[in-house]
Design a binder for this molecule. Structure first.
Ligand SMILES: [Zn+2]
Length: 329
């Protein structure tokens, strides 16, 4: 199989193999991560993940239509739309955004177009647009105060926002809970729990490419990140006690491969250990430069660290340092 496997053939291959468990399609995920194009993997009979269109896009299918978690980047929106169409001919009814990051919301307008809102009302009567749901802070980030240019066009903005702890709905014979995570990666984080399908789309609270992006300027915090990882652990059931069966809750991270409880424990432990290490250095009165020089992420650099790009190890260490200093003062 070539590196650039077309979406449809990869999906059908996975179906032929009967490989509805994510761990049996690890090779396909590797290829998806390495390939330049957009690729789709089936992780449950009614659930797919589109890789390579920006952030991971989770696709929930059923008799009532398609539910998406995140929409990828604007640049890849056309390819993401084609990938969704290849999975289901049903209209997109709902897009949930896990944050306001451009690679999570950039495809909103394109993927919502031609859809059918999950919440019909007087405002969307006669239109063919999927609903877009996010925490209220996502709308605030994507729109703009009067007189200033908005970060995104109107058609990409959430059509429904929530401010409570959860927003729950029943759709496609599944209980879907959009759960707010307070100030982890940003101040607009949501995770989406598909109860019957037993899949959690985590957004960037779990980012298997790298150390978690804690965007303090957008309301993120190290303590919020660790709290969120611990709450995700409460939702994720491991393959216990019948370990010879592969039943388990699957996690779709914001970026990177499909994960499970064990991956989440490892990631939570990694973040917690680095936080504790930096806390000890802060308690000794070290400056930021001294903390960086002490290399508190040592041991995890090879797997999660980056020395260049938008989120380096230094930036992560600095975000944790500043968060701990702020909470101490
Ligand atoms: Zn992301």
């Amino acid at each position: 199989m070539s590196l650039r496997t077309p979406v449809a053939s990869l999906v059908s291959l996975v179906l032929v193999l009967g490989a509805i468990d994510a761990f049996r399609v690890a090779g396909a995920q590797e290829r998806a991560a390495n390939a330049q194009g957009v690729e789709t993997i089936q992780i449950r009979p009614n659930m797919f993940v589109i890789f390579g269109a920006g952030a991971n896009i989770t696709v929930h299918t059923g008799p009532e239509g398609v539910v998406l978690v995140d929409s990828g980047s604007m640049a890849r929106a056309g390819e993401a739309r084609a990938a969704v169409r290849a999975i289901s001919a049903q209209p997109v009814r709902l897009i949930v955004n896990t944050s306001a990051d451009p690679d999570h919301v950039g495809g909103n307008e394109t993927l919502a177009r031609g859809g059918l809102s999950i919440v019909p009302n007087a405002f969307n009567a006669g239109t063919s647009q999927a609903a877009i749901v996010a925490h209220e802070n996502v709308l605030l980030r994507m729109s703009a105060p009067t007189g200033r240019a908005a970060a995104f066009p109107l058609g990409a903005w959430p059509t429904e926002t929530y401010t409570s702890r959860t927003k729950s709905m029943y759709f496609n014979d599944d209980g879907i809970q959009v759960i707010r995570e307070v100030g982890a990666h940003s101040d607009g984080d949501s995770v989406v729990f598909f109860r019957r399908t037993d899949v959690v789309a985590t957004g960037d609270i779990l980012d298997l490419r790298q150390f978690p992006v804690i965007d303090a300027a957008l309301g993120g915090s190290i303590q919020g990140e660790i709290d969120s990882l611990n709450r995700l652990l409460e939702l994720a059931i491991p393959a216990m006690p019948l370990i010879d069966k592969e039943d388990r809750t699957l996690l779709v991270p914001g970026h990177g491969r499909i994960s499970d409880h064990a991956d989440l424990v490892e990631y939570r432990d990694m973040v917690t250990i680095i936080r504790d290490t930096i806390q000890r250095l802060v308690d000794k009165g070290m400056t930021l430069q001294q903390v960086k020089a002490a290399d508190p992420a040592q041991g995890y650099r090879a797997r999660f660290g980056r020395d260049s790009g938008p989120w380096t190890t230094d930036m992560f260490v600095e975000a944790v340092f500043r968060g701990l200093r702020r909470s101490a003062s």
